[in-house]
Structure formats: structure tokens, C-alpha cells
Design a protein. Structure first.
Length: 278
């Protein structure tokens, strides 16, 4: 990859998941959602981000976490696939927020841990924000504990702000009788749909600009990639990354449609996948 950076004057590979936070592109819809979450931090409560793989959930969570960390007197923690047992989840939560949430005896139960949590929040000036990715895999008892931990005094005071992210199974679970008390408390929602052609092109333009070479690929190639990405950011990045690797190996001056036809000839001549368009 060092050859690609040198050959094309890139600061980083713009098509990899670990691009710098400054390079990430937020659509107006995503930006609006993040502002609403920011404004609601003082009130606590729950927010929900849903979308299929490749729809941009990870980017949204990275951008949201960065913006929330810039707020005064907040502590932001992120977790993927929370622990499968409620007792283990409490330990994980305690580690994330530096609160001693661990069982001292089998009879203490979760009530003692809830009390410990509430006492800690009451004595701290910092507000905790928990971001949970792949939340559709979280067991119901853990989700219900989060509902209990987040509120105090019949929901008049919120002790925790939680952002859930997951695929379409998550909102379905939150509508179930077991989890409806939690689902009904979600105040802010973002549903990520298939990206439009313009959104995919804007994403490429933003990444190339941030990486230091806005002319790395031709405008025609950007449009072709957007047409064949099926409205999916992950597919878009994988296609572009493969082209960059081949172009680097061949010492090509830039990425263009001829290269696309050489690498993805059969797919390129097929009918473009149907993505959502505006």
C-alpha cells in the first residue's frame, strides 16, 4: 500500500474502513440525526440507527461518537456485541465508565448494581453515553436492564443516553411485547436506506479530496462505480479498492473506465444494479 500512496500522492487509502475521521462524509440526513442526538444528550434516553450491512452504520457511529466526545462533561463509550450474560454486561459497563459494577455475592443481584450505578451518576458531573453496535444480537434481559439503568424516578430523570445500531431485525425485536417498554422510549431514529447515485459519487469525491488526490479517478469512473454498487457503500469501497490495487500494480497514471472494464469486464457490461435514486 505504501507504493500506492507514493505513486498517487495519497495521504491514506481512501477506500479502506480505517480512513481518518476527518475524511468521513455525512449526508444531510445523517447530519440532522446527529444534531438531534447532540441536543438531546441532556435529556438522556435512547436513539436508534438501523440499516443493512454496507448502508453506512459504522460511519454514522464513528461520526456521532466524535461529535458527542466534543461536548462538555460527557463520557462516550462504544461496544459491539455486548456480553451475552447480564452479569457480564454489568462488568463490561463498569469497565467502560469506570464504575465498580460487579457482584460481590450471589444474593446482591442486579438491584444492588442498579443502585451503585445511580449513586455514581448522581455524584458525577459527567453524563454517560453508550453506543451499542450490532445491538440486534443483544439478549432481551440486557436490553431491559439498560432501560432500567437509563431512568430514575418514573422516567423523570435520565441517567444514561444509549444509541442502538443494528440491522432490520432490531426494530422488529423492539416491537415485541418483551421489549416494547424499551422500544417505546426511543426518541430519535435514523433508518439508512440504499444510497442514491449522487450520494455514492459525493462519498467518493469527499474521500479523494481528503486523501489528497481528487483526480485519482475520472468522473466517468466515479459514475460507473456508483451505478454498479447497488446503493451500498461497502460494495462501492470494495470495487474502488480493487481498482486501486490493480492500477498500482500496473503503474497507471490514474483510475478510469478502461481499467474498470479490464478488471470487471463481465459485470461492467451487465445492467447496473438497481439502487435507490432520487
Amino acid at each position: 500500500m505504501s507504493k500506492a500512496l507514493s505513486l498517487y500522492g495519497l495521504k491514506f487509502n481512501p477506500f479502506r474502513p480505517d480512513v481518518p475521521i476527518e475524511a468521513l462524509h455525512a449526508t444531510p440526513t445523517v447530519d440532522s440525526f446527529m444534531r438531534r442526538v447532540e441536543l438531546g444528550v441532556a435529556d438522556g434516553g435512547f436513539a436508534l440507527v438501523t440499516g443493512e450491512p454496507g448502508s453506512g452504520k459504522s460511519v454514522v457511529l464513528r461520526l456521532l461518537a466524535e461529535r458527542l466526545r466534543a461536548l462538555p462533561d460527557v463520557t462516550v463509550a462504544t461496544v459491539e456485541h455486548p456480553q451475552s450474560r447480564t452479569s457480564d454486561f454489568y462488568r463490561e459497563l463498569g469497565d467502560l465508565f469506570r464504575v465498580p459494577l460487579a457482584f460481590h455475592n450471589r444474593w446482591g443481584g442486579f438491584k444492588a448494581l442498579r443502585t451503585c450505578w445511580a449513586d455514581h451518576i448522581a455524584s458525577s458531573r459527567r453524563r454517560p453515553i453508550l453506543i451499542i453496535d450490532e445491538a440486534q444480537e443483544t439478549i432481551a434481559p440486557v436490553l431491559n436492564e439498560l432501560r432500567i439503568l437509563a431512568s430514575k424516578d418514573l422516567d423523570s430523570k435520565q441517567l444514561l443516553c444509549v444509541v442502538f445500531a443494528g440491522d432490520q431485525r432490531l426494530p422488529e425485536r423492539l416491537r415485541s411485547p418483551e421489549l416494547l417498554p424499551l422500544g417505546s422510549r426511543i426518541r430519535r431514529r435514523l433508518s439508512l436506506e440504499a444510497a442514491t447515485r449522487d450520494e455514492l459519487i459525493a462519498c467518493l469525491d469527499s474521500l479523494l479530496e481528503a486523501a489528497g488526490n481528487p483526480n485519482l479517478m475520472t468522473k466517468e469512473l466515479s459514475a460507473t462505480l456508483a451505478d454498479h454498487a447497488a446503493g451500498n457503500y461497502r460494495v462501492l469501497m470494495n470495487l474502488a479498492d480493487e481498482l486501486l490495487a490493480v492500477a498500482t500494480d500496473r503503474d497507471l497514471p490514474h483510475l478510469d473506465e478502461k481499467l474498470y472494464l479490464d478488471v470487471f469486464g463481465v459485470q461492467a457490461r451487465a445492467k447496473p444494479a438497481a439502487g435507490k435514486r432520487r
